[in-house]
Design a protein around this ligand. Structure first.
Ligand SMILES: Nc1ncnc2c1ncn2[C@@H]1O[C@H](COP(=O)(O)OP(=O)(O)OP(=O)(O)O)[C@@H](O)[C@H]1O
Ligand SMILES: [Mg+2]
Length: 489
């Protein structure tokens, strides 16, 4: 396969040669025409000049002398004939050829006072010539003619000489095109070749590559895009590695607990209280493992389902109420006051009920875990233009300001010892994924020692009910309606 620089080079040479050849062909033919036109008009001027000398000469002797002088000066051959009938007897009287100098038709033109031009083979001279004939009149009668001619072969020699010079110039131009084309193609293709090498490196898994952005054109922008792609891949790869490392770490701890305590139990423990304690640790760790696996599955499912999950109108107030009811025993057990306030004008929101339930569960779970006995947890629902805002407030330990941006990252825990062994650091990552997927916004306000407020928005459904035909035009923010029941799916 030819390289791109060779292809570019061949294209440049091909185009230059084609254009030069066309220019030379057209140029040569125009030049030929122009050259003969100039020579002919020069000859006509000279012939007319000779005829003027004839009219001004005192006698034939003087005229002949003048013609002889001109014969040495002019390139063309001069024949002055006084035999107007045959145009065969010539001055000087060197020979009396029987061959006609001009045809009868041309003679007719001369009689009318016209100038005759002849280009081509002439039988009298036995060669190709260019001739100009001007009539000579005396008392309104044609008494002779001036016949000026030049051999075409001689003229062609001049033309060939000039054409050879131009051809030589053309060859030099093609040679220059070959050299310039070589450097140009190398220069044009070198960034592409560099990019190809970088792309190959990336394909092999080496993402930490960078390209110099030398120009602002499309190639420069392509380099920028490749650099951005490389940076994104490096980041992605780091995330992947961190993720695998975190998952392995999170799995290893409960697994070693399970293994250790099972081995102790198998070895036999005399004290039934002790064995009960070990069994409850095993149960706790199993629950923790299960929770971790569930969270991981949730995250994976979110990644896959993002685009395909069906949205439907949700009576958000009652969903929140039911989740809060489930948390009541936990709150009571910990001595936390759990309250719930909902605006009267609340509208149904649009989304996936299971995922949104998960959001609330994760936030309430955090609030319970990081709020100590005697604290308060409050859930507030309010309506603002086209969205419902949900707030989960707690009077717990709060999060240090510098940690706030990181809490949404997978496996991030503010303080590992404080979070205890119950959390995995995946809860808020799941929450953020779900809310963003629903086109909502989520933010947190927190003060260490005072408490935290987690807020997120959800789009409302303009009309939760579908019409009788099951069309969802009225609830156009949702994906579908049940066509059989007419209810929103
Ligand atoms: N309401 C809160 N009050 C104080 N700190 C919080 C609160 N919510 C979250 N955090 C901090 O943010 C970290 C990340 O929370 P996230 O829910 O993602 O993980 P987790 O609760 O530790 O584990 P998981 O939810 O996966 O079981 C927590 O470890 C905790 O340090
Ligand atoms: Mg959590």
């Amino acid at each position: 396969m030819k390289s791109i620089s060779t292809k570019l080079w061949l294209i440049i040479i091909g185009f230059t040669t084609l254009i030069l050849t066309l220019t030379l062909i057209i140029g040569f033919s125009l030049f030929n025409k122009y050259y003969y036109h100039t020579i002919t008009s020069n000859m006509i001027t000279e012939a007319k000049g000779i005829s003027d000398i004839y009219y001004q000469a005192e006698n034939e002797e003087e005229f002949r002398k003048e013609v002889d002088r001109l014969r040495n000066v002019l390139k063309e051959e001069i024949i002055v004939t006084s035999n107007s009938m045959l145009l065969a007897g010539c001055i000087p009287f060197e020979q009396a050829s029987k061959d006609m100098l001009i045809s009868a038709e041309e003679r007719g033109q001369l009689v009318e006072g016209k100038t005759v031009v002849h280009k081509g083979y002439h039988s009298r001279f036995g060669k190709q010539i260019l001739a100009v004939v001007v009539p000579l009149f005396r008392d309104d009668r044609m008494v002779g003619a001036v016949f000026l001619y030049s051999s075409l072969a001689l003229l062609q020699e001049d033309i060939d000489e000039i054409q050879n010079l131009i051809l030589f110039g053309g060859i030099i131009a093609i040679a220059a095109a070959i050299c310039i084309g070589f450097f140009l193609s190398k220069k044009l293709s070198s960034p592409l070749i560099r990019m190809e090498k970088v792309a190959q490196q990336m394909a092999k898994g080496n993402y930490e590559v960078s390209l110099e952005e030398r120009s602002k054109d499309e190639i420069g922008r392509l380099s920028t895009s490749l650099n951005q792609l490389s940076a994104a891949l490096v980041k992605q790869e780091k995330l992947r590695r961190d993720f695998v490392a975190n998952v392995s770490h999170e799995l290893r701890t409960p697994l070693s607990f399970l293994q250790g305590y099972s081995e102790i139990l198998l070895d036999g423990v005399d004290n039934p209280k002790e064995s009960e304690e070990y069994l409850s640790i095993i149960l706790e760790e199993t629950k923790r493992l299960r929770r971790l696996v569930d969270d991981l599955l949730n995250l994976t499912r979110l990644d896959i389902e993002q685009k395909i999950v069906n949205r439907s109108p949700i009576d958000w107030a009652s969903v929140v109420q039911s989740v809060i009811n489930n948390f009541k025993p936990t709150a009571e057990e910990k001595g936390i006051i759990l309250s719930y306030k909902v605006a009267d004008d609340l509208r149904p929101v649009c989304g996936n009920v299971n995922q949104l339930k998960q959001v609330l569960i994760n936030l309430l779970d955090n609030a319970h875990r990081f709020t100590s006995s005697g604290g308060e947890i409050e859930v507030l629902l309010s309506l603002k233009s086209d969205h419902v805002t949900t707030q989960v407030r707690d009077t717990g330990k709060g999060i240090p300001e510098e940690e706030l941006p990181m809490i949404w990252e997978r496996f991030y825990k503010v303080d590992k010892s404080r979070a205890g062994r119950s959390g995995t650091g995946l809860g808020l990552a799941i929450v953020k994924d779900i809310i963003q997927d629903h086109g909502g916004q989520i933010k947190v306000e927190s003060k260490e020692g005072k408490g935290s407020i987690f807020m997120f928005t959800l789009q409302i459904c303009p009309d939760a009910k579908c019409d009788e035909y099951g069309e969802y035009s009225k609830c156009d923010k949702c994906d579908n309606c049940d066509k059989v029941t007419g209810e929103a799916k």
